[in-house]
Design a protein around this ligand. Sequence first.
Ligand code: ADP
Length: 496
Amino acid sequence: MRVLMMSSEISPFAKTGGLADVAGALPQALAQRGHDVRLIMPLYQSVDRFKHRLLPLSRRLYADWGNERINAELMRCSYPCQYNIPTYFLQQHMLFGRKGLYGENHRDYPDNDRRFAFFNLAVLYAIKALDWCPDVIHLNDWQTGLVPLLLRYHPYIANDPFYQGIKTVFTIHNLAYQGLVFRDLVSRMQLPWSVFTHNGLEFYEQASLLKSGIVFSDHVTTVSPTYAQEIQTEELGGGLEGVLQDRMNDLTGILNGIDVRAWDPKSDPLIPANFSAENLSGKKTCREHLLAKLEINCKPKRPLIGMISRLAEQKGISLIMEALPPLLEKGCGFIVLGNGEKEAEEFFLKLAKKYPKQVSANITYNENLAHEIEAGADIFLMPSRFEPCGLNQLYSMRYGTIPVVHQTGGLADSVVDYTAASLKKKTATGFSFNEYTPNQLQRTLERAVAVFEKEPEVWAQLMQNAMNLDSSWVKSAISYEDVYSKVLNNPRHSIL
Ligand code: ADP
């Protein structure tokens, strides 16, 4: 199959979250299974053109945004992996040559509608300029949500035979980001106003790019089976539960895998000592190194709790604010790495001031430190209010760092709570709680700390179970393949 993976961020070129990890790793698993997979993303200022050896392709194209004609150029590099996946970049300096991907200084760019509408249309022109027609365009999140709409209704695209057979699969990585923009996008993109209805593009008088992806694509997927159910409810549907229910028969939850080469404690070059489930001595070195580097410590026998996260309300910060301090009073260590909302950043900085010997607050984005924390911590804290899939709990388990999670979305699908029964079955991999309250988090953390301190053999078993889990992409890639086959064997999904 020919698959175009279109994403606004792809690891290792540019990343703000899990979307980039998925867009970087899934194509490798698909290519390994024999598919012709190609990637395309915008060329941001932060993409390292030299390191990734980007070359211009002498393919110039333009797309219109209202009366504005915007030119762009295509660049190409070979994805630095053995499968040599062609990766294209859309170079448009005015729109993408900026410091941030979506905004700066805690603010979105005001012209994100123009930036990503352009990206969507230009990608369709790009495949024609390359004369490479994919069977399926795999779209990811709101930044790519217009493509299925353009394929059906854009005057230059909908009637062009080149695009007739292309099917679309739209993956929701996080329903909380809906890509809401002014309704004049419809006329600026030369689309008919008939698409601007409540069962089409409209979301309370604005246009929702995410909704466009959900309504107009041939199939919708999301990144865990539990999240696929949750987004059809009022609580987590964000107002889109109705359209998601309408698409129930074309909605599949597929749990993300991880890049098992980049996140492997046996060979990870970013950690001070390597280790495996069979030989854990290196993990001790990683812990000591991390504590020394960040100049903190835990009381004897107390665990080191780690957290790596975008600091957003979604990630359970309000629970942590209440539940964590009692654990610190008992002498646990805590390291946080993340940035985002101001209130959360300030909370962690204050906490580090109050417990300077035990808490390290790293309010930044740092890939190397993320690996060191995964390797050196004992417990990984991830009490998200909702979590489409979550990758850090998967990384943690691979590094023998036991996750404490709220039972939601992908966390519920990947972490098995420790009970006598799950221990006996050798499926227990962490600690989880159901009711989203500070009290439940505190009790669950205390449960984890008690096992760490008083039942080392149980802890060792949890580590073994977690480290031996198979989180590779193979299983998920096969599920995506099934989805692609399904859309290819069926006529375009009918709407409106
Ligand atoms: P989300 O996509 O909601 O941010 P995920 O758990 O799916 O959450 O993915 C987050 C990814 O971003 C992981 O690879 C994680 O290691 C990384 N990450 C998040 N914050 C930081 C940070 N401050 N420094 C380094 N990596 C980070």
